[in-house]
Design a protein around this ligand. Structure first.
Ligand code: NIG
Ligand code: FE
Length: 447
């Protein structure tokens, strides 16, 4: 089977070489004009790969060769629009039950994180809710939410567990991710985040919880091959540096790579620990120290910035994106999609916030949500860039200039989205950008 995308304003191909980019410039975007994209699969319905990045007349020739009579049926006219690789969201907590509406109202009244948790909100309220919901309901909710996220232009998503906090409930979350990945056909990268918080029944014996994570949960996760990464919320008052190191070392011995929620609220050495452990990423970094910036710049640990989170929480500061970029760290961006601190799956919105709040340049933001995010998600070769022979994850945007992606903030910009050539949004998916069909499932019926 063959399809061609013609009449594009430009195609963003990404860097010529795979791997992460330090000091990104507009050249790394690989913007090419005067070409389109040809994709093919060996069998109908099979995964498509990019076969040609070439001028339209070459693509038309190639298609005519196979379908002399019906070439029109397999030609997508982009109408002068931009094509990019599917975006990569390398940090989400997309498996949860109800939204935390009361937390937001309390925050607006000036209550802080601790007061909200003490009043029955915070992560532990999501945990209590999550445990009551069955796997099938969570699959339906997660599928709908990820379908919406995909309709906004993202085709690869890292998804964490972390609202279960018991062996049974954490495994349930990871099984939900596995089932949804199979149903949606996009790439989901599962991460075990059993160390997201200490659950209520372990508050007076937190070491017993760390042991439970290490001795029971991690081996079960590894046995069922349910996760590729292990993450820890490393923050004073949540998990300390030594607890984080113990959990991530145990994970590494079982073949799971490390990620850290590091220095989100206080500079406690999380970034330095991530670099020392050779973690794949250190995420948040809202309060990272100068030493932490230096440690990340000298490592291959990706600094994953989440500007939507600090914005939604009403903070006036942001992670020091400029310092990280100028020091030469590998910088990625993600939504942090979760019910507490970032209820959005709109990655282009995050790009706009990175530019407006984090003072990143548009090209730095776009590299951060494509190849560098792919690196942070452990998908390093054909995600976040278009290369001949690579997976056909691509988006046709309702704009012409790549800088528009971080400009029209909050506007749904994707027009057609394809994951391995499979239509996820657009006329061939039967879903227009105005209606992804997911609305009624964004919130569960019973709160
Ligand atoms: O990444 N920092 C910890 N975890 C989430 C928040 C989760 C929640 O509040 O439910 C985060 O922001
Ligand atoms: Fe997070």
């Amino acid at each position: 089977m063959r399809w061609i995308f013609v009449n594009a304003s430009a195609v963003m191909c990404g860097p010529a070489e795979g791997g992460p980019v330090r000091h990104p410039t507009a050249d790394h975007l690989g913007i090419r004009t005067g070409i389109g994209v040809g994709i093919e699969s060996e069998k109908k319905g099979g995964p498509y790969t990019v076969a040609m990045l070439a001028p339209d007349y070459d693509l038309l020739d190639w298609l005519h060769h196979l379908f002399p009579q019906k070439a029109d049926e397999f030609t997508i006219d982009c109408g002068g629009r931009l094509i990019t690789p599917g975006l990569v969201d390398c940090h989400t907590h997309a498996v949860f039950g109800k939204p935390r509406l009361e937390d937001q109202a309390r925050r607006a009244r000036g209550e802080d994180y601790k007061a909200i948790a003490a009043a029955g909100g915070g992560i532990l309220s999501s945990v209590a809710d999550f445990r009551t919901r069955g796997e099938d309901e969570l699959v339906a909710l997660t599928r709908a939410r990820l379908a919406r996220l995909t309709s906004l232009g993202t085709t690869t998503v890292e998804v964490k567990s972390g609202y279960g906090l018991s062996a049974e409930a954490e495994l349930k979350a990871l099984r939900v991710i596995r089932r949804v990945a199979g149903e949606l056909g996009i790439t989901l990268v599962p991460t075990f985040l059993g160390a997201h918080e200490v659950p209520a029944d372990f508050r007076s014996r937190r070491d017993a919880y760390v042991r439970l994570v290490i001795e029971e949960m991690l081996p079960a996760v590894a046995r069922e091959k349910l996760a590729r990464f292990c993450d820890v919320f490393c923050e004073p008052g949540v998990f300390a540096l030594d607890e984080t190191a113990a959990i991530l070392s145990a994970a590494s011995a079982l073949g799971l790579k490390a990620k850290l929620h590091a220095d989100e609220l206080d500079p406690a050495g999380g970034a330095e620990l991530a670099a020392k452990l050779g973690a794949t990423s250190a995420d948040h970094l809202g309060a990272v120290s100068a030493r932490g910036v230096e440690a990340l710049a000298g490592s291959s640990t990706v600094a994953v910035l989440l500007p939507g989170t600090l914005t939604f929480l009403g903070k006036s500061r942001q992670a020091p994106a400029r310092a990280l970029l100028e020091a030469g760290a590998i910088v990625a961006l993600a939504t942090d999609f979760n019910p507490g601190s970032s209820p959005t799956g709109n990655l282009p919105l995050i790009l706009a916030l990175a530019v407006s709040q984090g003072r990143m340049q548009p090209e730095e933001a776009l590299i951060a949500a494509t190849v560098n995010a792919a690196w942070a998600a452990g998908e390093d070769d054909d995600r976040g860039r278009l290369r001949v022979g690579g997976r056909a994850d691509l988006v046709v945007w309702n704009c012409r200039d790549w800088r528009e992606l971080s400009y029209w903030y909050g506007m749904p910009l994707a027009r057609e989205v394809y994951a391995a050539g499979r239509p996820c949004l657009g006329p061939f998916a039967g879903i227009s950008s105005a209606d992804s069909g997911a609305d009624e499932l964004l919130s569960p019926r019973i709160f």
